[in-house]
Ligand binder design. Structure first.
Ligand SMILES: NC(=O)NCCC(=O)O
Length: 393
């Protein structure tokens, strides 16, 4: 494993296993990763052939099973989901068509394994079909943008969706030819019949560190859609939107039971935030969250700077993977590796969403009218913060 922010360990769980005595490890897991219906989250027994395939193809394959309590009036609603994280395959100075083709081939291996494992909803990482070149500010990378209706990556995912009867979330750099060739950061939702159900465009565009994405695309104009699929109500909160609690909340208010967070973020910037934000969103909104991060270090042909005092450099830093699933009851899965491609397969019982709402009542006790009134005042130009000053100061 390479040095730098990787620091020589694949996942935090493996580090804990290596250094903690087993009896303490159980407690550490309970405190750090929570209990699901009173128990530590277990794995799924997958066909050993699939595990062998993952070894052979050198990608990380991990599993988790989230239960809900049995109910008298509803059957369980267990859905098998998949999260795929991938490196780019070829160097960034290879011809673009070859780069895209090589990524498709690699991701295809993991999509196939997901299909064989019985996954019914799978999500890829943000802009999975290209290098995350938005650090460079160079415009020729826009060539990777494609139609959300019939682009090459979308068609590729439609084929997989149809073949395996699974919903595929395909996050791409979108070229909107009907609107003056506008570029967007978009997640296309493909139904289990290979049909396009709809799309969501990234709501919040980062302006932090080397994430110079605002050079390429604007804030999305699709609101907070929830897609009613054969396997549950799904939404997508693309990467930087995970720092915005109200963005998460709006998907929940529209009825989402499972929100994917396809992302691309690097160790020096956000690794300590990563295990917290998606998990907190799952708790606060009583839905499942599946957070998927890009992996690997991508080196670009020319140096760039981002006005933050760092010397000119050619890479973004290390994308640390660590994709995971968080449940509404606060429990979570282990992470995929920090250094290699991976597929996480998780069983989630969607009944847990309503059960958690009934238990905690976060939504029922929320004071939406009070907040609405506050936000209405806040957006007025003459807003004055409600601060009561200590008169003895
Ligand atoms: N892709 C993206 O929005 N990254 C921003 C950095 C972060 O949110 O950690």
């Amino acid at each position: 494993m390479a040095e730098g922010s990787l620091a020589g360990f694949a996942t935090l769980e493996e580090l804990m296993e290596e250094y903690m005595p087993p009896e303490k490890l159980q407690h550490a897991r309970r405190v750090l990763y929570g209990l699901n219906v009173g128990e530590l989250v277990k794995g799924i027994d997958l066909d050993p052939v699939l595990c062998g395939r993952a070894l052979e193809l050198d990608f990380d394959l991990r599993t988790a099973a989230f239960r809900a309590a049995p109910e008298q009036m509803r059957p369980p609603r267990v859905v098998r989901i998949g999260l795929i994280q991938n490196k780019i395959v070829l160097p960034t100075d290879a011809p673009f068509t070859e780069q895209a083709k090589a990524i498709r081939e690699r991701v295809g291996q993991m999509l196939e394994t997901a299909g064989q494992a019985g996954v019914k909803v799978v999500c890829l990482q943000e802009a999975w079909h290209m290098p995350f070149a938005f650090c460079t500010r160079e415009k020729h990378w826009c060539e990777f943008a494609e139609s959300a209706e019939n682009g090459e990556s979308v068609s590729f995912c439609q084929t997989a969706a149809k073949r395996w009867g699974m919903v595929v979330i395909c996050p791409i750099l979108e070229r909107d030819a009907a609107h003056n060739d506008t570029v967007w950061n978009t997640a296309v939702v493909i139904g289990h019949n290979g049909n396009i159900i709809g799309k969501h465009r990234k709501n919040h565009i980062p302006r932090v560190g080397d994430f110079n994405e605002s050079t390429y695309y604007m804030e999305g104009n699709t609101g907070h859609p929830v897609f009613e699929t054969a396997f549950g109500r799904i939404a997508i909160n693309i990467c930087y939107g995970r720092h915005h609690p109200m963005n998460w909340q709006a998907f929940g208010m529209n009825g989402a039971e499972l929100v994917f967070n396809p992302a691309a973020t690097v160790g020096d910037l956000s690794e300590p935030l990563w295990p917290v934000e998606a998990r907190n969103a799952a708790i606060a909104n009583s839905y499942f969250v599946a957070a998927i991060n890009r992996v690997g270090t991508e080196v670009f042909p020319r140096e760039f700077t981002s006005g933050d005092g760092k010397p000119a450099h050619k890479d973004f830093g290390h994308f640390y993977g660590s994709s995971y699933v968080a449940a509404p009851d606060g429990s979570r899965s282990p992470s995929l590796a920090r250094h290699k491609d991976g597929l996480m397969v998780a069983d989630i019982d969607l009944n847990l969403c309503r059960q958690t709402k009934d238990k905690w009542g976060f939504q029922m006790t929320a004071r939406y009218e009070m907040y609405a009134e506050f936000f209405n005042r806040f957006v007025q130009p003459d807003f004055k913060p409600q601060v009561i000053r200590d008169s003895t100061l």
